[in-house]
Design a protein around this ligand. Structure first.
Ligand code: G1P
Length: 298
């Protein structure tokens, strides 16, 4: 069994109801943060972490995702004919290596655990990453490692399974998976318990599961049982909790900021933060935001 994390699963079948009406015809993962779809940002994060193969678990009305990662012959032809070499080069640079992406469909919205299980044959018998595109991560320092790279580093040091976590306000914990914190070493700690969306006021800690995982393939036989948990769905957190009886889980307290693009505030926050971190537009954008903030309010 290969010990390197080469493959990443991106669950992208969600309906995006919080972003209606936009998501009537555009998958939520294709909404843009600054100059590129959310999905492009997380694929770049995966490449930075050494991922070689991206597996998308899609659903109906998501075919545009597959098109996005394909060559756009007509468009390229027009760009070249019009002398738009810079734009053409940008498209070329983002084009994945042939055969380095796979697409499979989750036929019904049965939960995150079920979506990950749908990728079992493509992952095979090796450790793999799970990347939730809703969560966009930005390292604290410019040029620092993004979240998945920090998880892979922890996996290479400690082995087992790794979950990225983040501290939130106590009143936010019921929206997420929450972990209990054991012994600490470096920026990681032993995970001693997990619960998916604990009722308000009952969470064991403020550390939430923030959407990046390194998992061993034994998770698949557990998810295969199809046991339902929170919200009547097959939850990845419940599968990991069962796997934790036999295998170790470590939490990586990501050194940076995560933006939950599943909510409109998080999505807007991501746009502002990523724009302020884009050297080509940051100075003008900063001035624009300042002038908007200083404008008289009604
Ligand atoms: C999922 C996971 C949850 C995690 C969250 C992060 O929940 O089940 O453990 O904390 O993503 O965004 P969902 O957002 O699909 O409800």
């Amino acid at each position: 069994m290969s010990k390197r994390v080469r493959k990443a699963v991106f669950p992208v079948a969600g309906l995006g109801t919080r972003f209606l009406p936009a998501t009537k015809s555009v998958p939520k993962e294709m909404l843009t943060v600054v100059d590129r779809p959310i999905l492009q940002h997380v694929v770049e994060e995966a490449y930075e972490a050494g991922i070689e193969h991206c597996i998308f678990v899609t659903g109906r009305n998501k075919a545009v995702i597959e098109d996005y990662f394909d060559m756009a012959y007509e468009l390229e032809d027009i760009l070249l004919k019009r002398g738009k070499t810079k734009e053409w080069q940008a498209l070329k640079a983002d084009l994945p290596k042939p055969g380095a992406m796979s697409f499979t469909r989750q036929q019904a919205p049965l939960g995150l655990g079920h979506a990950v299980w749908c990728a079992r044959d493509i992952v095979g018998d090796e450790p793999f990453a799970v990347v939730l595109p809703d969560m966009l991560t930005m390292p604290r320092k410019t040029g620092g490692k993004r979240c998945l790279a920090q998880c892979v580093e922890a996996f290479e040091t400690h082995g087992g399974n790794v979950i990225a976590v983040e501290e939130v306000k106590p009143e936010e914990t019921h929206k997420y998976g929450v972990v209990s914190v054991g012994d600490k070493s470096d920026s990681t700690f032993e995970i001693t318990g997990m619960v998916e969306k604990p009722p308000q006021g009952t969470a064991q800690s403020n550390f939430i599961i923030s959407g990046r995982y390194i998992l061993s393939p034994e998770i698949f036989s557990i998810l295969e049982r199809g046991e339902k948990g929170s919200g009547g769905e097959i939850q990845l957190t419940d599968g990991m909790k069962t796997l934790a009886h036999d295998q170790k889980f470590r939490g990586v307290n990501f050194d940076g900021q995560t933006y939950d693009c599943g909510s409109s505030l998080g999505f807007l926050g991501a746009n502002v933060a990523f724009a302020l971190a884009s050297p080509d537009i940051a100075p003008e954008f900063r001035a624009l935001v300042k002038s908007l903030l200083n404008a008289p309010q009604d």
